[in-house]
Design a protein around this ligand. Structure first.
Ligand code: 4AD
Ligand code: MG
Length: 502
């Protein structure tokens, strides 16, 4: 082996052995002659028990001086322990300091989101972020496994491009030498189409950029997209691939990230339902559903349910306060921790209760031809127990490259996958237009510069074939699987309208 130490996730292979761990102090509890050190090394967390009588003076001093995030080398005997998080514990023989840490700013108490985001370079070390970003890694692996096992070639699209793919309002523009402009790519799709004509089935996996000017929980200005593109696929085949892909990712994470999802206290019931086939509804049907009495009733039920939950929480809070007076110290601590939880949940409920009437209004008055807002997407998915696919949107709200529905020229053969639990659109895609004249018209109608698309139109001149593809937003999927409120936690260093640092 290269390493002269053992990683925490390998401890099950070392039950009963004496090994050395290297990592950082995550947490420390102790009394006069005994310390419980929680060490983290990136692969996991483990409790190390240091007893003054068992170690030499230098080791005891190292344990005594260590504070949060001090880097340590700890040697001791590994033993299985069902009560320990992770199932293993270490009885320590020696402790050595590798790097000091003093006044680490992110303590176990509650911090505001701006405080944490400003210290994102350190916040990454916390247990919740460890879990989220390990799920992200697992999703990335699942993506490659899925496509590599199905005859797809991974091909890379350029990041600097001369083409607007998804409209001109969110372009990041920069000078590209003398008198040319370049954009940071919004999507690898157009280049993916060229590569699909060369290699049949391809996928790109890269960073994409959009100058999103509004702050929402679903938008980043830099995000990672996975974009398969397949020759000879129509819209139906595309939807089937998309649902299998999403289901594969979710099931793979459920199998391999049990510990991470537990750390995040993610209720996985809804995730277990993510099996194919997904319900497919046309945009027309979706509009009808939004305006239906059934939707109004669903929203009213939610409102009633939230009022009930709020009342229950308020009663619990009052009863806890009554108990608190005579309670022992550790019970008081439990009550206070619960109080924080209750207050947080009540805040969320109050916010939801403020918003739901507007959501209802938006759904009931939805006009054919508009794009769904975030709340419309959320409400639509409440009717189903798994992600849904909405297809055949009004062409007016979709990009220039979409094929028209041969049965209704107002419609484009686009499709979106909407995730449940309020996470909204995770996949957007469709069947591509192949007709040269039609595409030329569309490029002009969308106000796009013709010269920049010459190369793209070549694909329609030399053996054009029906083809389709889609883009899946990595951070949207990770935040959904992890049950996080906001996409910003699903990427190591998020970029949003107000944030370029750290
Ligand atoms: O629906 P979109 O705009 O589709 C495309 O870009 C197509 N060209 C993809 C294709 O067909 N090859 O974006 C695709 C997905 C969305 O469903 C969403 O998951 C994600 O990309 N996405 C974002 N994620 C985070 N922040 C943003 N600002 C995002 N914009 C889109
Ligand atoms: Mg979209």
């Amino acid at each position: 082996p290269i390493e002269d130490f053992v990683r925490i996730d390998a401890l099950p292979d070392h039950d009963g052995d004496t090994v050395t761990l290297k990592g950082w102090l995550h947490n420390k509890r102790g009394s006069k002659s005994l310390y419980f050190l929680i060490l983290r090394d990136g692969s996991g967390f483990v409790q190390c028990v240091v007893s003054e009588g068992d170690v030499d003076d230098a080791s005891w001093a190292a344990a005594d001086n260590a504070s949060q995030e001090t880097a340590l080398s700890i040697t001791g005997r590994v033993s299985a322990d069902d009560r320990a998080p992770g199932g293993y514990e270490m009885q320590v023989d020696a402790v050595e300091t590798i790097g000091d840490s003093d006044g680490y700013p992110i303590t176990p108490k509650e911090h505001g989101i701006d405080f944490l985001m400003n210290r994102r370079h350190l916040w990454l070390r916390s247990e919740s972020q460890w879990a989220v970003l390990r799920v992200r890694n697992r999703v990335q692996k699942a993506v490659h496994d899925f496509f590599q096992d199905r005859g797809f070639l991974q091909t890379d699209a350029p990041v600097l491009t001369g083409n607007a793919v998804e409209g001109t309002s969110t372009l990041f523009e920069l000078d590209y030498f003398d008198d040319e402009s370049a954009y940071l790519t919004q999507s690898g799709q157009l280049h993916g189409e060229a590569m699909a004509m060369a290699f049949g089935k391809v996928y790109t996996f890269g960073p994409t950029f959009r100058a999103e000017k509004s702050k929402t929980r679903r938008h980043l200005t830099e995000f990672w997209m996975i974009e398969p593109e397949m020759a000879f696929y129509d819209l139906d085949m595309n939807m089937t691939l998309a649902e299998r892909f999403v289901s594969h990712i979710v099931q793979d994470v459920l199998t391999h990230c049990e510990r991470e999802l537990e750390t995040l206290e993610r209720d996985t019931t809804a995730l277990q339902q993510v099996e194919t086939p997904f319900p497919r509804i046309s945009y027309d049907e979706a509009v009808e559903l939004l305006r239906s009495d059934a939707t109004a009733e669903l929203i009213d039920e939610r409102i009633a349910g939230l009022h009930e939950e709020q009342a229950e929480l308020e009663t619990e809070r009052e009863e806890n306060q009554k108990r608190r007076g005579q309670a022992k110290k550790h019970i008081k601590r439990q009550i206070d921790a619960r109080e924080i939880e209750i207050n947080k949940r009540i805040n969320d409920i109050e916010e939801a209760l403020r918003n739901l009437p507007d959501w209802k209004e938006s759904a009931q008055t939805f006009e054919w031809g508009s794009d769904f807002g975030g709340s419309d997407e959320t409400v639509l998915t409440w009717h189903f127990d798994r992600p849904i696919i909405v297809h055949r949107f009004p062409a007016k709200i979709k990009a220039f490259y979409m094929k028209r529905d041969p049965h209704d020229d107002r419609l484009a053969l686009g499709m979106d996958v909407l995730a449940p639990e309020g996470y909204g659109e995770i996949v957007g895609g469709g069947e591509r237009a192949t007709d040269l004249d039609f595409l030329q018209e569309q490029i002009e109608a969308h106000g796009l510069p013709e010269e920049a698309f010459d190369w793209y139109l070549d694909l329609r001149k030399f053996g054009a074939v029906p083809h389709s593809g889609f883009g899946l937003g990595l951070e949207r999927v990770v935040s959904w699987i992890c049950g996080r409120e906001h996409v910003r936690e699903a990427i190591p260093f998020p970029r949003t309208i107000g944030r370029l640092h750290p």
